[in-house]
Design a protein around this ligand. Structure first.
Ligand SMILES: [Zn+2]
Length: 285
């Protein structure tokens, strides 16, 4: 009998990008930011369900939250902190880093951090770029983050994808020239290619056992903690449908939403999970 050796089990990083179903980059052209305030919001109830699930499973997480959320739903941000989770920044209003000038980006990450710190009453140390939008064309974004006082970023997914990705980036935690720690989303390496293993559409597309296999492989073969991400809207099959989007976008956004909550629950029970600042020992400022 091969009982799992608990001493060898790493603690992985669970992360949630706190944005609502109409704020995702794939809907940029269909939902104007000026109309966000008029949209039916579902984020509060979905975050509540996630918090209850995490509590049941004894998991703690890092919530990369939009500045917009802190402004609109301050009580939700405080509830996340009170439940023992880390609040980090996902920028102000989900603008891709790659669509902003350097001064615009600096202002975006600065004001998101200040707003989140004001509302949460905790230090905000981490940042995740919307749609993993830091790449070879805008590496200066990392300098803006260091200047704005961030200690780490989790903005790179080292895979090939039509909307994001930097397949030649290091796969695991690495320190950049300016002292910022970059924590890429987890991949597994197969036949000289990096395959996504840290969440996103693939978690909903493939059977659960594919994710389980990949994360076990990262833990046991690479001896590295996994960094896994998802969104509150991914457990909400009844969210209002956005009209006029392409068949590909529709497929990617709405696929298997009714199965994701149960899948997440299995993921939480099969592995150990904690906040990024604990797993990677991010010190106080
Ligand atoms: Zn996002």
């Amino acid at each position: 009998m091969n009982a799992p050796d608990l001493r060898l089990e790493l603690v992985n990083s669970l992360t949630v990008d706190v944005e609502d179903y109409f704020q995702v980059s794939a809907f940029d052209r269909h939902v104007d930011r000026h109309h966000w305030d008029a949209m039916e919001c579902r984020v509060e109830r979905n975050v509540e369900r996630l918090l209850a699930m995490f509590e049941r499973r004894g998991a703690r997480a890092t919530f990369f939250t939009l500045g917009w959320m802190a402004h609109r739903y301050p009580a939700m941000v405080r509830t996340i902190v009170q439940a023992g989770h880390e609040v980090a920044s996902h920028g102000s209003a989900h603008r891709r880093a790659s669509e902003q000038s350097r001064p615009e980006f600096r202002e975006d990450v600065d004001s998101a951090r200040k707003k989140l710190e004001d509302v949460s009453g905790t230090a905000v140390r981490g940042y995740r770029a919307p749609s993993f939008s830091i790449g070879h064309g805008n590496l200066w974004a990392f300098d803006c983050l260091a200047e704005a006082g961030y200690a780490y970023s989790s903005s790179i997914y080292p895979v090939r994808h039509d909307h994001y990705g930097m397949p030649d980036a290091p796969r695991f935690a690495h320190r950049l020239h300016n002292g910022l720690l970059e924590l890429p989303i987890t991949t597994t390496r197969l036949m000289s290619r990096n395959l996504p293993a840290g969440g996103g559409g693939f978690f909903r597309l493939l059977p659960y056992r594919a994710s389980k296999w990949a994360i076990e492989r990262v833990n046991r073969v690479d001896r590295q903690p996994a960094i896994f991400y998802f969104h509150p809207w991914e457990i909400d099959p009844h969210q209002p449908r956005i009209r006029g989007v392409s068949a590909k976008t529709r497929f990617r956004h709405y696929l298997n939403l009714d199965r994701t909550e149960a899948r997440l629950d299995r993921l939480l029970s099969d592995f150990r999970w904690d906040r990024i600042d604990r797993v990677f020992e991010i010190g106080a400022a």
